[in-house]
Design a binder for this molecule. Structure first.
Ligand code: 5GP
Length: 252
């Protein structure tokens, strides 16, 4: 190895951020700071919760699958021009991410009526929507993430008008890129929840994209391949997560 090559490899090794203390533990993930103040490590757990942690369990290998699937989706979205917090996957359960300040507004994009929308509005689950609908939820465990209007986010200072405009634009772009990609793999993207964060003045996509945060239905059979199998006690949970990973993997 030439001296120059050796030096650059060595520099790279020195610049690899070191894992430091855990500073956040959520229902499905843990976050660790690193020696680089701009980077965090996101660790994916197997723990599963539903209905704001009123129902708890574990889904075997879920963390590994969600880490891998989020990596695939974040890479796809970056290639399509969507800025994300993803830097690279480190191992089976960890990815390196940009440290963002999470905007406390969860954005749900719906293509087909399901879940809380079906219940709230008395619509049949499975009804296709003529165009995607964007909804906002206030990210608050004590309040069970209530549905809000844009005005609530603005008046209570959870996001600025400029940020919400960017969130809308990015959420719809993510929905269209993922819908098309999944459609080619025989999957319907029914709906999904996205979280955005502030990074050096820019709004970027954060969190994870996986069967915990999206509804995926098989296009031919309408079989559910997502966390609804856990929420609704349908069984075959691990198999559904594995099947989703198989469908979206590059060698599928
Ligand atoms: P719904 O409002 O119908 O319960 O959920 C709509 C979509 O957002 C579903 O794909 C669901 O998985 C996702 N979603 C909504 N809230 C949450 C949440 O607090 N955690 C997770 N993991 N997903 C959520």
């Amino acid at each position: 190895m030439s001296a120059l090559r050796w030096r650059s490899v060595n520099n790279h090794m020195q610049s690899e951020p070191e894992k430091r203390e855990m500073f956040y533990e959520g229902k499905a993930k843990k976050l660790y700071s690193t020696s680089d103040p701009d980077l965090v490590i996101q660790y994916f757990k197997d723990d599963a919760t539903a209905f704001n942690a009123k129902k708890r369990g574990t889904i075997e290998q879920k963390g590994v699958i969600n880490n891998r699937m989020s990596e695939l989706f974040f890479n796809l979205l970056e290639r399509a021009g969507v800025p994300t917090h993803f830097v690279r996957r480190l191992n089976d359960r960890e990815m390196l991410c940009k440290r963002v300040q999470i905007i406390p507004v969860e954005t749900v994009v719906r293509n087909i009526v399901a879940g809380s929308m079906a219940r709230r509005l008395g619509r049949e689950e499975g009804e296709p929507l003529p165009r995607p609908i964007v909804e906002y939820y206030y990210k608050s465990d004590p309040l069970d993430d209530p549905l809000i209007l844009a005005d609530h986010a603005l008046v209570f200072g959870w996001a600025t008008a400029e940020e919400l405009k960017k969130v809308d634009e990015l959420a719809l772009k993510v929905n269209s890129v993922l819908s098309e990609f999944l459609d080619q793999r025989g999957i319907l993207l029914v709906d999904a929840k996205y979280e955005f964060g502030r990074y050096h003045g820019e709004v970027i996509l954060a969190d994870e994209i996986c069967p915990d945060t999206c509804r995926f239905w098989d296009k031919a059979t309408r079989e559910k391949l997502d966390k609804d199998r856990f929420r609704r006690d349908l069984g075959g949970i691990e198999e559904a997560y594995q099947e989703m990973l198989r469908r979206v993997s590059p060698d599928a």
